[in-house]
Ligand binder design. Structure first.
Ligand SMILES: Cc1cc2nc3c(=O)[nH]c(=O)nc-3n(C[C@H](O)[C@H](O)[C@H](O)COP(=O)(O)OP(=O)(O)OC[C@H]3O[C@@H](n4cnc5c(N)ncnc54)[C@H](O)[C@@H]3O)c2cc1C
Length: 495
């Protein structure tokens, strides 16, 4: 069996591994890096353009990032955090465009206004309050608000046409929102990595096991789907395997993996590719989630631009399967049950009745009821124009909780060994929009000495000008970096 020595092994060829690879190559070009992917190409799972919604999550339109406090006030702290995280990611992409490591931005990111839209007295009151709270902050200063049907018809004609004129409605808009083709981005990043002699991409190759050696390195076994096995001897391993990251983390047997479990949520979209319909909508329109719905299941009507194809996408309709990957195995969930995560998983199962009820209702939806949900956002939608498509798989994090026994989390989390020799990214929300801060966390945990060095700090500052500073606390810095990213990435084109 062949053995390969590498400094870094990246498992999975999605948004996370490709971003980490590019960051590492900029920080230390001498590193030998291999990327191992079980499928036949890069970005075929959650990162695939049609498997996610492509929203550049900046908290401009997603109402779940600004929950209401019991006293009715708005808690905006999450919105500021998400906005800052996305601004960091945008800076990195803009830097890569500037140095021609990425192609022209329109191949992977397109300006798409981000709109929140609600109807009914209480929802309108909530949106007004949200707007009043966050538009005071320099991060959201360009947000517009309207309850005027004429203005909303201009912003989102398909959403307003055919709507009951007596219905009370309201919307907010940020013009420089974005639609991102994360697959195109990852493909370009991997293409850039392949320009280095000391980088190698291996497709059709699944990681099957990990074993720590006495000198602190990892022996990682892989199986080629077309026959033949390879063992990697790696100094650092990143488990960027999407939903399967949990499975591989468990195989590493590191103490830090104890107690983690996964809760898979699948999804479906309604997709419209009729260009005479598509051309009348240019926005991501996010509404309010139903009761019991997980935060990432907020309904939205989106403009998509994927590999030169324009489409509208509505959903997601959530569902439940036991697979951890769209092209995974039905045994994934059962195989992930261990003595150390059984209790947290049971506790979450017992305490998530609302979520389970919601998922069952979603699974039982018919085409007719799905069209009903779409018509709440697009009253004149014609059933013949829409097809149902299967979205990617999300595996939510289940972890131990001292009070509750176990809790379900909807964010992303970096889990790393204390010695920094292996790390995994669990969870999927806000997902690909926060690849840069997520991978900076991996670097902080696994390369602490280098990250503290002046050399790496200077390189990070060159790639991410706001690195080490707070955009939420520094209006002038935000203005500067935003001007740079919006113009470099062509996001300020909508007047
Ligand atoms: C329905 C849905 C909507 C979403 N919408 C958005 C959105 O609007 N905005 C946003 O920012 N994010 C969104 N996300 C989240 C985003 O898609 C993910 O966070 C992101 O793509 C995850 O990237 P990744 O590299 O971690 O995982 P993936 O893209 O899933 O890549 C993991 C890779 O690892 C490979 N792999 C798995 N196991 C092995 C193994 N044993 N050996 C080798 N390779 C392996 C897989 O084949 C895959 O290619 C959405 C996700 C879903 C499912």
């Amino acid at each position: 069996m062949a053995t390969k020595n590498v400094d870094v092994l990246l498992v999975g060829a999605g948004a996370m591994s490709s971003t980490l690879g590019v960051l590492l190559k900029h920080l230390d070009p001498s590193l030998t890096i291999s990327m191992v992917e079980r499928l036949e190409d890069v970005a075929q799972e959650s990162t695939s353009g049609w498997n996610n919604a492509g929203t550049g999550h900046a908290a401009y339109c997603e109402l779940n990032y600004t929950p209401q406090n019991p006293d009715g006030s708005i808690n905006a702290s999450k919105a500021y955090g998400i906005n800052e995280a996305f601004e960091q990611t945008l800076q990195f992409w803009a830097h890569l465009v500037d140095e021609k490591a990425l192609p022209e931005p329109r191949y992977f990111i397109n300006p798409t206004p981000h709109v929140s839209f609600v109807w009914g007295d209480s929802n309108v009151a909530f949106l007004r309050k949200r707007f009043e709270a966050i538009s005071q902050h320099h991060m959201f200063v360009d947000m517009e608000y309207s309850e005027d049907p004429a203005v909303l018809s201009e912003w989102i004609p398909l959403v307003m046409e055919g709507r009951d004129p007596a219905q009370k409605v309201a919307g907010t808009r940020v013009k420089y929102g974005s639609d991102v083709n994360f697959a195109a981005l990852s493909r370009s990043m991997v293409g850039y990595l392949q320009s280095y002699d000391n980088f190698e991409l291996l497709l059709n190759q699944s990681v099957t096991g990990l074993k720590k050696t006495s000198d602190g390195r990892w022996l990682v076994s892989t199986k080629n789907n077309k026959g033949g096995n390879t063992v990697f001897n790696a100094g650092f391993v990143f488990l960027g395997a999407g939903g399967a990251a949990l499975t591989l983390l468990q195989k590493s047997h590191i103490a830090e993996s104890q107690g983690y479990g996964g809760f898979p949520v699948s999804g479906q979209w309604l997709v419209c590719k009729r260009q005479d319909v598509v051309k009348h909508h240019l926005a991501k329109v996010y509404g309010k989630a139903s009761i019991g719905a997980p935060p990432m299941s907020v309904p939205h009507l989106d403009t998509r631009v994927i590999d030169g194809e324009n489409a509208l996408l509505f959903g997601p309709f959530a569902g439940f399967t036991t697979k951890f990957l769209k092209r995974g195995s039905f045994l994934d969930l059962f195989a992930s049950v261990r003595l150390n995560n059984l209790w947290p998983m049971l506790k979450v199962g017992l305490s998530s009745m609302e979520l389970i009820r919601y998922l069952i209702t979603e699974v039982l939806q018919t085409r007719h009821s799905r069209m009903g949900a779409l018509r709440e956002y697009f009253p004149n939608a014609n059933e013949d124009d829409w097809e149902l498509a299967v979205a990617g798989q999300r595996v939510q994090i289940i972890k131990k909780d001292p009070k509750l026994g176990g809790k379900l989390e909807f964010g992303t989390e970096v889990v790393a060994a204390a010695d920094g020799s292996v790390a995994a990214l669990l969870g999927a929300s806000p997902g690909a929009s926060v690849t840069v801060p997520a991978m900076l966390q991996v670097l902080g945990k696994c390369f602490p000495k280098q990250m503290a060095s002046e050399g790496w700090k200077a390189k990070l500052k060159a790639m991410i000008p706001s690195y080490g500073e707070s955009l939420a606390d520094n209006p002038e810095l935000l203005k500067q970096v935003r001007q740079y990213t919006l113009s470099t990435l062509g996001l300020n084109k909508i007047s």
